[in-house]
Write a protein that binds this ligand. Structure first.
Ligand code: NAD
Length: 505
């Protein structure tokens, strides 16, 4: 039996529970399918076949989840950091035990290749371990001395929080947002993406299994406009963390205005990778290919705009074309596959529409530009490279979110900065040069929350993660996450030496 056949057999086994019973909610520690609930059909992008029925949550379902989270908060906020650390490590152990199941289910639900989803499941466990270890110090603050007073600060959890996640790497991203909230002492109402609900239910099962008290973790399935909206409006929810599109961030800001929600947004991007003439050619080429074609290009930090300096442009583009042609597109459970099917037909159609837009705007479709009809009914896009583009074209300005790269050439450092910054987004940027001074000048001037120099996407969990402009508000990672999920209180104590102003004596 090949590894592909073995993966397929195992995936069928792990998907059976979803196909034979309706996927509902997890509220107050109970898995439930509300009576007379409406459901929708969840399909796999591999061949459009059905993966099961999922409950379309209602505002009333969300209200019950928020109330459960509010009740549970009264106790969870006072559970010691050491105890939270133990429970969250236990959670991570269970993720590792079920990593194969998580990866296979995730691949079939969202179309990402198994080679990446295996790592994503393990990274989910790492997210929990990292924040578990930080839980005992979450409340720590600062001491600020004055001559006559001492101020000290402490942090405490803000309350129940709403966490709204997208479909591109649902398992990993959910753990990235939920682990710090729990470590901080918040309780959670999770709203997974409607297109990829399955791994969120595995997470809920693990939460129960790991001994999280009832109501600390709640999951409500359904659509953004109903379930997501109500989460952002409910008065018990004190903060909302969204990973999603920029326009969803705007909706949430409006929806949360009446209850003055604290918000944290990780949104879209059109990230430049800037390759100078003096770059390490082979390493830059590897990184450029990896950062747009891995994860099907459905990645917020994908380097979807290649800015290539004119001295090496022809040679670099020729090598790049060859590599893009070589990419192995196929079934996500095949260990050889590098690019799988796109998550959903609607998204596939959006990505495909840019092939015509590119031609109409005058760019060259150097590689790809079509559907892979040889691969059956799945949402398979041939990895695509646009050349001879300029920054005014829609393919250079809009987030396509597929295995599609737009390349633009530049002459000078100044021009590279102008092109990089001529974008409504500012999530990430990548700089390839052997000149350290230039790297530092670029890092200073490119408008983005994160810059990688001579690197693809190395992640360091204590480092801040997030974007500027339309790419987001706030930072995740290390202590930055606690600042979002917690309130800071200042206490000022007099030394008994200062003059208290006297009135009316
Ligand atoms: P999306 O914004 O359509 O959906 C994200 C989530 O928001 C879903 O759960 C959806 O149901 C919910 N939602 C939709 N409308 C809502 C509303 N009115 N109120 C409350 N919730 C609502 O995003 P998507 O298409 O699922 O994901 C792709 C997007 O996510 C891309 O733009 C990508 O760049 C972005 N993303 C960003 C990061 C980052 O870290 N910056 C990471 C991954 C993905």
């Amino acid at each position: 039996m090949s590894n592909f056949e073995r993966n397929t057999a195992k995936a069928a086994q792990y998907l059976t529970p979803f196909q034979t019973s309706t996927t509902g909610h997890f509220i107050g520690g109970q898995f439930e399918v509300p009576e007379n609930a409406k459901t929708y059909t969840n399909t796999t992008p591999v061949d459009q076949s059905e993966l099961g029925q999922v409950v379309e949550g209602t505002a009333a379902d969300v209200d019950r989840a928020c109330e459960a989270a509010e009740r549970a908060f009264a106790d969870w906020r006072d559970v010691s950091g050491a105890e939270r650390k133990k429970i969250l490590h236990h959670f991570a152990d269970k993720v590792v035990e079920r990593a194969e199941e998580i990866a296979l289910v995730e691949s079939m639900d969202c179309g990402q290749a198994i080679r990446f989803m295996k790592a994503a499941a393990i990274r989910g466990a790492a997210n929990f371990r990292f924040f578990a270890d930080k839980a005992p110090e979450a409340a720590n603050g600062m001491a600020l001395y004055q001559d006559d007073h001492t101020n000290y600060t402490m942090r405490y959890p803000i309350g129940p929080v709403g966490i709204i996640t997208p479909w591109n790497t649902p398992f990993m991203l959910s753990t990235w947002k939920i682990a710090p909230a729990l470590a901080a002492g918040c309780t959670v109402v999770h709203k997974p993406a409607e297109l990829t609900p399955l791994s969120a239910m595995l997470l809920a099962e693990i939460a129960k299994d790991a001994g999280l008290p009832d109501g600390v973790w709640n999951t409500v399935n359904g659509f953004g406009e109903v379930v997501g909206k109500r989460v952002t409006e409910h008065p018990a929810i004190k903060a909302v963390a969204l990973v999603g599109e920029s326009k969803t961030g705007s909706h949430i800001m409006r929806q949360g205005a009446d209850t003055l929600k604290r918000v944290h947004f990780e949104l879209g991007g059109k990230n430049p990778v800037i390759v100078f003439d003096d770059a390490d050619f082979e390493r830059a080429l590897d990184a450029v290919v990896f950062m747009i074609y891995s994860l099907n290009g459905q990645r917020c930090t994908s380097s979807s705009r290649l800015l290539i300096q004119s001295g090496i442009r022809d040679e670099f583009i020729a090598a790049l074309e060859q590599r893009v042609r070589n990419l192995r597109v196929g079934h996500p459970l095949d260990p050889q596959t590098e690019v799988g099917p796109l998550v959903h037909t609607g998204h596939f159609n959006k990505v495909m529409s840019y092939m015509d837009i590119a031609r109409e705007d005058g760019a060259t479709v150097a590689v790809g530009g079509e559907r892979r009809n040889d691969l059956g009914d799945g949402n398979y896009v041939a990895p695509t490279l646009f050349t001879n583009a300029d920054n005014s074209m829609r393919i250079a300005r809009e987030e396509i979110f597929g295995p599609v790269l737009t390349s633009i050439s530049f002459d000078s450092e100044q021009q590279a900065i102008e092109l990089a910054n001529d974008s409504e987004f500012g999530l990430a940027g990548y700089i390839w040069t052997e000149n350290t001074g230039r790297a530092m000048r670029m890092a200073r001037h490119v408008e983005a929350g994160m810059l990688w120099v001579n690197s693809e996407n190395n992640r360091n969990l204590p480092s801040p993660f997030g974007g500027v402009k339309m790419s987001g508000i706030g930072r995740d990672g290390g202590d930055y996450s606690f600042d979002f999920y917690m309130e800071t209180k200042n206490v000022c104590i007099a030394h008994g030496t200062h003059n208290v102003p006297v009135l009316g004596r």
